[in-house]
Design a protein around this ligand. Structure first.
Ligand code: GLY
Length: 330
């Protein structure tokens, strides 16, 4: 197992091989940006372009999150997201740097770019988390345009779902793009980015579980559940059924394991195994996945069930979509 104990933050120049103070071997093919799911590839491209244009890490992860937020064919993030059981599309998002800078919103309505509102919370208020009607009012006050997020396709899926109104999570449903009447189509984009000096930032944005109870908030906007980033240690983001992440503060645990010396991969595996031990039969058929990145560009990913994919972009801007290894076969 690769360990990271003793890391002090040393990095070779961009495009070179990352080196870790006190470590035996450099990280091969260090990653610069990672994100959850195959749709993360387009988000990574936007984030990479922002960095190359001289933007900050926060600029980059915000730009990445904005891509699926604006995509009406993505039913788990932003505009076109599936609504709650009452027909309201409500968005959750968090953005975080590696020095405790954080902003989050939950149950935000009528606003496409929840991640940008989260950033405004971080940069323009003394708070870290604003929810519901207050978040929506804050978005208007900050000049974010009012937009009806419920597309005809999402409304149709909701009306189909209302015929049976079954409330049953399905693994990996988030990657199916067709309306899924009767199923809880959900998931999240989480992004992590680092620069050549090993500084990091992350973002996570979602419309949450489709047809959720009004007011339900998942893991995504919660620091330590949907996202956690710590200077000199690394970052982690999560996807899947948020309740299973929130009940154990999953990404805080991944990063704590990295701080204790586990590699990003080993840390993701430790937390997924913990969920399985803790929850037993309660997580049968449930998907949860974690994605982690170290300041040196080492990537980890692990999930409960097969089907979790993630996008990795290297220092040269090359992106590959990978499959996460899983604890269970099915
Ligand atoms: N992982 C997204 C949610 O459960 O809301």
């Amino acid at each position: 197992m690769t360990t990271r104990r003793g890391f002090l933050g040393g990095m070779a120049a961009a495009g070179g091989v990352a080196t870790v103070a006190g470590a035996a071997a450099p990280v091969r093919d260090p990653a610069m940006i990672v994100s959850t799911w195959d749709f993360g590839a387009a988000a990574n491209a936007a984030a990479f372009a922002k960095l190359k244009a001289g933007g900050s890490l926060i600029d980059a992860v915000e730009a990445g999150g904005m891509v699926p937020e604006a995509d009406p064919t993505n039913h788990s993030v932003g505009y076109g997201g599936y609504p709650d059981r009452d027909g309201h599309v409500t968005l959750d998002a968090v953005i975080m740097d590696d020095r405790g800078g954080v902003g989050a919103v939950a149950a935000l309505e009528d606003t496409v770019h929840a991640i940008s509102v989260a950033r405004a919370v971080m940069e323009k208020t003394p708070h870290t988390f604003i929810v519901g009607e207050g978040a929506t009012r804050f978005a208007r006050d900050q000049g974010f345009p009012k937009v009806d997020l419920l597309t005809p396709e999402a409304e149709k899926a909701w009306r189909d779902w209302l015929k049976t109104a079954q409330y049953k999570p399905e693994a990996n449903i988030e990657n199916r793009r067709m309306p899924r009447g009767g199923a809880l189509d959900h998931d999240t984009i989480g992004l992590l980015a680092r620069d050549a000096s090993g500084r990091m930032a992350g973002a996570c944005t979602t419309s949450g579980m489709a047809f959720k109870m009004r007011g339900r908030v998942g893991d995504s906007p919660q620091v330590g559940s949907g996202l956690y980033v710590e200077a000199g240690v690394g970052g982690a983001t999560s996807t899947g059924l948020g309740e299973e992440v929130t009940r154990i503060a999953g990404t805080a645990r991944v990063v704590a394991s990295m701080r204790a010396g586990l590699s990003p991969q080993a840390a993701c595996e430790e937390v997924v195994r913990h969920i399985a031990r803790l929850r037993g039969d309660a997580i049968k058929g449930v998907q949860v996945g974690f994605l982690a990145l170290s300041p040196q560009g080492e990537v980890g990913a692990f999930c409960l069930l097969p089907g979790f994919t993630y996008a990795v972009t290297d220092m040269a801007g090359r992106t590959v979509v990978k499959k996460g290894a899983s604890l269970f076969a099915a």
